[in-house]
Design a binder for this molecule. Structure first.
Ligand SMILES: [Zn+2]
Length: 227
């Protein structure tokens, strides 16, 4: 089955001319990196500190937008080539590292407070036969394992596609401070499309959300898969 979690031709390319029209009417302008009307604005939620990159010095000289794009390119690389990481996954089961042709190419990366890469994940649902083996869940698990704690409140999760309800729930449970995602997913998205689990004010944890980063490129990779 290739019908989930992405929507193939309905994928939105964010602000791109490719599929901008498919984006929900109240969606954030990806070019501005803002959240939607009525939702907490990054930097206005009072959270400045670990993982919340508002106003923090940039040792590498990159602005936030540039850094998000750099991170997204890494996530896109994971989506396309698989989660193999020489330093972190050496010795891992080879079957779990190479890209599986039947799995929708979604990639996720967790970055620590200092911007160091902690863990990656690629959608492995078909490869492992595990309905929960989405890129975000795998990356969260590996990051938690590496840090030796479930609480990832100083971390940023970068993922090429808008998280589904399961992954958005896992992100909230992990206390991830910042989420950066690529293409919108109008069919299953839970970060603004169908639901907005990440910024639901009824929850006691709400990460900052930066949608639509390299949305067109991410959508192109997904469309190519479904073609
Ligand atoms: Zn998911």
């Amino acid at each position: 089955m290739r019908s989930e979690p992405t929507g193939g031709p309905e994928l939105s390319g964010g602000g791109s001319p490719l599929a901008g029209a498919a984006e929900p009417a109240d969606a954030t302008d990806p070019a501005l990196g803002r959240v939607r009307p009525g939702q907490p604005t990054p930097g206005a939620t009072g959270r400045v500190g670990p993982g919340a990159d508002e106003g923090l010095a940039e040792p590498d000289g990159l602005g936030r937008r540039q850094r998000h794009e750099l991170w997204m390119r890494r996530a896109l690389d994971v989506a396309v080539t698989g989660p193999e990481l020489p330093a972190e996954r050496a010795g891992a089961d080879p079957l779990a590292t190479g890209p599986a042709v039947d799995d929708v190419p979604v990639g996720a990366v967790v970055y620590g407070r200092d911007g160091a890469e902690l863990a990656v994940g690629r959608n492995e649902r078909e490869l492992t036969g595990d309905p929960t083996a989405h890129a975000e869940v795998l990356a969260l698990r590996r990051a938690a394992e590496r840090l030796g704690r479930w609480r990832l409140d100083d971390c940023t999760l970068v993922v090429t596609l808008e998280p589904c309800t399961m992954c958005a729930g896992a992100i909230v449970l992990a206390r991830i401070s910042t989420v950066v995602f690529g293409a919108w997913e109008p069919k299953t998205g839970a970060a603004g499309s169908l639901w907005d689990v990440l910024r639901d004010r009824r929850l006691n944890h709400r990460p900052e959300v930066y949608p639509g980063v390299l949305a067109a490129e991410n959508a192109t990779v997904l469309r190519a898969f479904f073609r």
